[in-house]
Ligand binder design. Structure first.
Ligand code: NAD
Ligand code: ZN
Ligand code: ZN
Length: 361
């Protein structure tokens, strides 16, 4: 019997989201039904509401979630009812050309549930990032449900499912930051602060947080930034050069999703340095670069999809780092909220008041 649950639906570009009844099918072959316990509000959910990802409304929002597996379909062996899981928006297929070349962290054909969740009138919903977890229950491909240590509280654990993994992985997996590197992170929201914490953990000798909001800079220091730059009052490129003996950083992470911050990241690097773009641009944005600067500075420009993570490898690792006191995952949780407060949480995110609001069920 399909379940009817309460869930947050975004019906039209820019319009407020609403809590509605949603129909969740029973799990079919290869699928898992998950009772969601907590789901963080990520900026990408807001991008969906604003129509900046695509036009496939109505969306079932929410994708940074932890919960308990309630039921699994035929052929599922990786998870079982009762398992505590974090949901992933990458479940490597094992067959695409990237998986076949031994690079499952880029998987080009990641698995999602085959059946659609719908409105009661049968209208299919587009689940955000193939998850849709601002819902009491959600249906995913079983490979999207990654078992982790249940000692972690759901509201913290769920954050590993997107923003924290994206920021952490951008630094550790995409950039390969190691001991002695210098790192700048543009945008000290949930994603940027995870990048900062990862750089500190990886042994970077300088970790420079850049934001336009002083509150964010204060939090960035708590996550391990050695220096901060307020880009409203200071030119961040000059400030970063000044902090690095005039040369720039080895790695610059863009975690805002805007052309000006991508260019600042580009110009704040040392020769042969790496830019990692994590921020999601909207489709209208462009950047212009003199080719001589692109060539002459060398190094690498690397977009990072989901921190190039392998959820089955990286989620349990991040949870273990948290449980052993080396990674302050719970510090990302600014507040816990009810399901019908997601729009208010978007507004607080836009005003810079929170790192993560987390819906708890
Ligand atoms: N690549 C991925 O896989 C992935 C995964 C998750 C999120 N994201 C994206 O990462 C970005 C950050 O997400 P978040 O949840 O941390 O958002 P957030 O809103 O919490 O943080 C964004 C931060 O950028 C700051 N900012 C805005 N303009 C700035 C500027 N000009 N200079 C410096 N700082 C500026 C804001 O003050 C804020 O602190 C979003 O675009 C989101 O969609 C990407
Ligand atoms: Zn694949
Ligand atoms: Zn996200």
């Amino acid at each position: 019997m399909a379940s009817e649950v309460r869930a947050v639906v975004s019906r039209a570009k820019g319009a407020p989201v609403a809590t509605e009844t949603v129909v969740v099918p029973d799990p079919g072959p290869g699928e898992a039904l998950v009772r969601v316990q907590a789901c963080g509000v990520c900026h990408t959910d807001l991008h969906y509401r604003e129509g900046a990802i695509n036009d496939e409304f109505p969306f079932l929002l929410g994708h940074e979630a932890a919960g308990e597996v309630e039921a699994v379909g035929d052929g599922v062996t990786g998870v079982a009812p009762g398992d505590f899981v974090v949901l992933a928006w990458r479940a490597p297929c094992g067959r695409c050309r990237s998986c076949a070349r031994g690079r499952p962290w880029y998987c080009f054909d990641s698995a999602n549930a085959a059946q659609r969740m719908t409105l009661p009138d049968g209208t299919p919903l587009s689940p955000a990032l193939g998850i849709g977890a601002f819902a009491e229950k959600t249906l995913v491909a079983a490979g999207q449900a990654v078992k982790v240590d249940r000692a972690a509280p759901p509201e913290a654990a769920g954050l590993v499912g997107c923003g924290v993994m994206a920021g952490f992985g951008a630094v550790v997996n995409t950039a390969g930051v190691g001991r002695g590197d210098t790192v700048a992170v543009f945008g000290c929201g949930g994603v940027g602060d995870a990048a900062i914490a990862a750089a500190a953990l990886a042994g970077a000798r300088k970790v420079i947080g850049v934001d336009i909001d002083p509150r964010k800079l204060e939090w960035a220091r708590q996550f391990g930034a050695t220096d901060t730059v307020d880009a409203r009052s200071t030119d961040p490129v000059e400030a970063i050069r000044a902090l690095t003996g005039g040369v720039g950083v080895d790695v610059a992470v863009e975690a805002v999703g805007r052309p000006e911050t991508l260019l600042q990241a580009f110009y704040s690097r040392d020769l042969a340095g790496t830019v990692v773009q994590v921020g999601v641009p909207d489709p209208t944005m462009t950047v212009e670069l003199p080719m001589i600067e692109f060539f002459g500075r060398g190094g690498a420009l690397k977009p990072s999809w989901y921190g190039d993570c392998l959820p089955s490898r990286d989620f349990p690792m991040l949870i273990d780092l948290f449980l052993s006191g080396r990674f302050a995952l719970d510090r990302f949780v600014s507040e816990t909220i009810a399901l019908d407060q997601v729009d208010e949480a978007f507004a607080r995110m836009q005003r810079g008041e929170v790192l993560r609001s987390v819906v708890v069920f």
